[in-house]
Design a protein around this ligand. Structure first.
Ligand SMILES: O=c1ccn([C@@H]2O[C@H](COP(=O)(O)OP(=O)(O)O[C@H]3O[C@H](CO)[C@H](O)[C@H](O)[C@H]3O)[C@@H](O)[C@H]2O)c(=O)[nH]1
Length: 328
């Protein structure tokens, strides 16, 4: 059987394509290459098209005899979604609707969906369980909640079985070439400032956490990828549809992450503390019990491996960092 991976040429998608192909699973990628890069997907066939192009989606499904879909293609910047919510509804919700209509019409009944911890908003418990209320705080998070509803409703009406995977804070790279080329998250944002000779910034150190900085559950992108493989295998059986966190169940504060970056890079990482960034919840850490129970999956990589592999990818794209002064 062949799995269609939408967004397979992106940072996370390419890791999923790699995990599936290494496990001998047939893959076809559909990607509009707006942020993706065809060089990331190796020999996997690519349909270069938007999800909104129903004809091309049909072609990908029929020409490759697709029997399952891993749907990763989406816009993912919270701030951008606040500024232009309709764009997010078009790309994420309408894109998924076109895709799932094509799945229904071609009898494709297995669906793995990239959801997000953003569906929870600001969680109230130390470890967020899947049964927690979904109170997204941005249009981005809202599109992921609607995406889960589409999957659920398609299950009841059309017999599509799904696993919605709620990613926590994704980081690292399986190989340097597959590293995240963008600097939208803490680790690459710190790398970017260090590369320019600037101090890392902490957005607020007056949160109700032990060191005052926000706590997140960082998860290696290779672990994210292996969870998708486990979900695809699960859907080969008869199990019920699921929504599952992908996290380690361990929180790290912004200060702890910056300290690890200092250890890995040898650079001076003395931070500047600046104002809070609006909308950042103090603590978002997954309960990882359900995914262990249902998929037998557990994260294999720790924060140091995430930072180390992310730095290897960064230095590949920014060789000038070799000239920065080391303090250790
Ligand atoms: O230079 C920086 C960059 C980030 N941070 C802090 O580091 C933490 C992590 O920030 P990220 O931007 O890396 O991640 P978020 O937790 O804000 O965002 C993640 O969770 C969101 C949902 O809330 C979305 O899912 C998003 O795509 C995903 O990256 C936050 O407390 C942020 O304030 C800093 O202090 N300095």
């Amino acid at each position: 059987m062949t799995w269609l991976v939408t967004g397979g040429a992106g940072y996370i998608g390419a890791h999923v394509v790699r995990a599936l192909t290494q496990a001998g699973v047939g893959v076809v990628v559909l990607d509009d290459l707006s942020t993706g890069d065809a060089s990331r997907i190796g020999d996997a066939p690519l349909v270069h098209a938007s999800l909104l192009d129903r004809e091309q989606v049909d072609r990908a499904i029929t020409e490759h005899d697709v029997s399952g879909v891993v749907h990763i293609a989406a816009k993912k910047q919270v701030g951008e979604s606040v500024a232009d919510p309709f764009y997010y509804y078009r790309q994420n919700v309408l894109g998924q609707l076109v895709l799932m209509e094509a799945m229904r019409d071609h009898g494709v009944k297995r669906f793995v969906f990239s959801s997000s911890a953003a569906t929870y908003g600001a969680p109230e418990t130390a470890l967020v369980e899947e049964k927690s209320h979904l109170v997204p705080e941005s249009p981005y998070g809202e599109t992921k909640v609607v995406g889960e509803w589409l999957a659920k409703d398609a299950g009841a009406a059309y017999g599509v079985r799904s696993v919605c995977l709620r990613y926590f804070n994704v980081a690292g790279a399986a190989t340097p070439e597959l590293g995240d080329p963008e600097a939208f998250n803490l680790i690459p944002m710190v790398f970017e400032r260090l590369t320019k000779g600037e101090r890392p910034r902490i957005f607020g150190d007056d949160y109700p956490t032990p060191d005052g900085t926000c706590i997140r559950d960082y998860i290696h992108v290779a672990d994210i990828a292996s969870a998708h493989l486990a979900a695809a295998r699960y859907l080969g059986g008869e199990g019920e549809s699921l929504s599952l966190n992908i996290g380690r169940g361990q929180g790290s504060s912004v200060r702890e992450v910056i300290d690890v970056i200092g250890e890995v890079t040898g650079l001076d990482v003395t931070p500047d503390v600046v104002a809070r960034r609006p909308g950042d919840p103090p603590r978002t850490v997954a309960s990882a019990d359900a995914i262990r129970h249902y998929l037998g999956w557990e994260a294999q990589h720790d924060l140091r491996e995430m930072v180390g592999s992310a730095w290897a990818g960064w230095t590949l794209r920014h060789p000038e960092v070799a000239d920065l002064p080391r303090v250790r």
